[in-house]
Every structure is written in structure tokens, then in C-alpha cells.
Design a protein around this ligand. Structure first.
Ligand code: PEP
Ligand code: MN
Length: 337
């Protein structure tokens, strides 16, 4: 249920509505937009409907939200959410490029990649320290040591960092070192993990599960926002289809679809979507054209020698060329790189 307050309704009237909801054990999620203050009421429908909400002081109207996701829906919050990561804003005018190695392998590798990312205009550094690998025999990441190397790369370049958290036991450790917590495709429906990152305040980059619908992605985001953390960035990273020519199939249609259904920002990861470095620049431009808020790109000083995802990683020259292309087209789409 969405309770829309009258323009200029004073704080005590807003609080009056919240108190009534709390009194029957319902949750009240407050959204103060530029024009409207809206309270999202979540709880037992029958109990909520027994409160004469429409008659409370300051209430303009009461509207049911028909979608299964509530707090992340555009109905609840009509304006775009802009997630701030230090000085970087995701969801505004900027098309934010996040770049870095699939996995942090060594100090030299991650610092070289961070410098190359920064030099070409990337705004955030990525790097996996805890890697969710299909095979237990593959490189699993450097763990906390990898997080420390990312923090060192941030010190040197000033770029904020994002890294994946794969388990509830590591949320605090990862949050202590990084600026954005990534939830990977394999964990998109790890509901305990979603709850846990929802209870801390660092922004969360939530990747679409490889076999998940857009609705399931938004329901996963709802878990995080419901916990009190509204700083969620969605990421389209391709889904599994019958097509085997690419690692996954990049569902670019999800970007404008998500934009219409939700106020949350969404970026695109063309690397995991295709598994092929020669397709990345074209699809990064596609992401920009369909209205994504950014792209996440894997880069490596020597992709042939990468311990993870080398075939979908760009070397620094290829990354430079891709950034040039993006910088050339961004202004015509009203975006800044
Ligand atoms: C990653 O970005 O490092 C990653 C593992 O991607 P995904 O979860 O999309 O497979
Ligand atoms: Mn990868």
C-alpha cells in the first residue's frame, strides 16, 4: 500500500501515519521525493486496511501497489534513484564505466589495471577477491589479501572499488575494505545474503541471476531495500538461453524494461554476457544506447595469462579503444563519460 501525503504535509502528520502503521506491526518505508512524500506500508493487508488511512491528517490518497515488488517499484518512487559511490553518481547523467580484472591476482596486476582504468576515464575499479568458480580446482581468489590489494589500488588512483561477497560470513570483511559490495549472478537468490547486505549501508551491485527473470531480479533487490539499504545498482550480465555461441545471451531489452518498472539504476556487463572480448565494445555501446547507467568491463595487463576470464578481458589498448568509442557517442545520447 502506498500512502501519498499532501504537498507540504508537516513532519508530525507524516509521523502520525507511520505511528499508526507501526502500532499494528506493519513496516513504514518513507520516500521523500522532490514533489511528493510517500509512505510504503508493508505488512498484513487486512490489518492495514482496517486503519482509516485516507482520513488521517495530511494524507492525499492511498494507492495499492499491484506489483509483487513494492519499494523498488517506480510506482512507489517515481524519480530515478541516484546511488552515490564517493564522488561517483550512478543513475544520473553519467554513464559510469567500472573496470578492472576479473580476479585480483597480484599487487602489480591490480595496480596496473587500476591505473589503466583511471587513465581512460573509468570511475570505479572492480576486482574479485572471493571468486565463485564452477570448478573447485580453479583459482578461487586471494581472499582478504585481495581486498587489501584493492584498497591499495584505491589509495594510489583514488578510484572507489567494488568486489564480490559470496557468503554471509564475509559481509563485514568485504564491507570493511570496499566501497560497493557485489552480489554475483550465482547468489542473486541467496536470500540470507541479500538480507545481510540490506542491513549495512554500503551500496550493493546486484547482478542478474543467469536463469532469472526481470521480476526475480527486482524481487531480489526488494530484499535488500527492505532491509533499509536503498543504494542498489542492478546489473544485466546475460542469461542462459539455447544459444551456445556466446557464454550467455545479453538481454539488452531488460534495461529499458527495468527503467520503466523500477527507480533503481541498472548497468550492463558485456564481458560475462558474451565471454568474447571482440564483442565487448559493440555491446558496451549498445548498453549506452538503450539507456543503461554504466558498464562493467574486465581488463587485464595480459589477458592470455589471466587466472580467470581471460578470453573476455580487454588488454589496456583494447580498453582505450572501447572508451574512445563510448566517449564519441555519449554526448549524442545526452550522457557523459
Ligand atoms: C564477476 O563479475 O566477477 C562475476 C563472477 O560475474 P557473474 O556473477 O555475473 O557471473
Ligand atoms: Mn569474471
Amino acid at each position: 500500500m502506498m500512502i501519498v501525503m499532501r504537498d507540504g504535509a508537516p513532519d508530525d502528520e507524516v509521523q502520525g501515519v507511520i505511528d499508526k502503521l507501526h502500532a499494528i506491526g506493519a513496516e513504514a518505508h518513507l520516500s521523500r521525493g522532490e514533489f511528493k512524500t510517500v509512505i510504503g506500508a508493508i505488512g498484513d493487508r487486512e490489518k492495514i486496511s482496517e486503519i482509516p488511512l485516507a482520513a488521517l491528517p495530511g494524507v492525499e490518497t492511498v494507492i495499492p501497489i499491484m506489483k509483487p515488488y513494492k519499494l523498488v517499484s517506480r510506482e512507489f518512487h517515481p524519480e530515478n534513484t541516484v546511488v552515490k559511490v564517493g564522488p561517483v553518481e550512478i543513475g544520473g547523467e553519467d554513464f559510469v564505466v567500472i573496470a578492472g580484472p576479473c580476479a585480483v591476482e597480484s599487487e602489480e596486476q591490480v595496480i596496473d589495471a587500476a591505473k589503466a582504468a583511471k587513465e581512460q576515464g573509468a570511475r570505479i575499479l572492480r576486482g574479485g577477491a572471493f571468486k565463485p568458480r564452477t570448478s573447485p580446482y580453479s583459482f578461487q581468489g586471494l581472499g582478504e589479501e585481495g581486498l587489501k590489494l584493492l584498497a591499495r589500488a584505491r589509495e594510489i588512483t583514488g578510484l572507489p572499488v567494488v568486489s564480490e561477497v559470496v557468503d554471509v560470513r564475509y559481509v563485514v570483511v568485504v564491507a570493511n575494505h570496499v566501497d560497493v559490495l557485489q552480489i554475483g549472478a550465482r547468489n542473486m537468490q541467496n536470500f540470507l545474503l541479500l538480507r545481510e547486505v540490506g542491513m549495512q549501508q554500503k551500496p550493493v551491485l546486484l547482478k542478474r541471476g543467469m536463469s532469472s527473470t526481470v521480476e526475480e531480479l527486482l524481487m531480489a533487490a526488494e530484499y535488500i531495500v527492505r532491509g533499509g539499504n536503498t543504494n542498489v545498482i542492478l546489473c544485466e550480465r546475460g542469461i542462459r538461453t539455447f544459444e551456445t555461441a556466446t557464454r550467455n545471451t545479453l538481454d539488452l531489452s531488460s534495461v529499458p524494461l527495468v527503467k520503466s518498472l523500477s527507480h533503481l539504476p541498472i548497468i550492463v556487463d558485456p564481458c560475462h554476457a558474451t565471454g568474447k572480448r571482440e564483442l565487448i565494445a559493440a555491446l558496451a555501446k549498445g548498453a549506452l544506447a538503450v539507456g543503461a547507467d554504466g558498464a562493467m568491463i574486465e581488463i587485464h595487463p595480459d589477458p592470455q595469462a589471466a587466472l580467470c576470464d581471460g578470453p573476455q578481458s580487454l588488454d589496456f589498448e583494447q580498453f582505450r579503444a572501447m572508451m574512445e568509442e563510448l566517449k564519441a557517442v555519449a554526448p549524442s545520447l545526452g550522457r557523459r563519460i
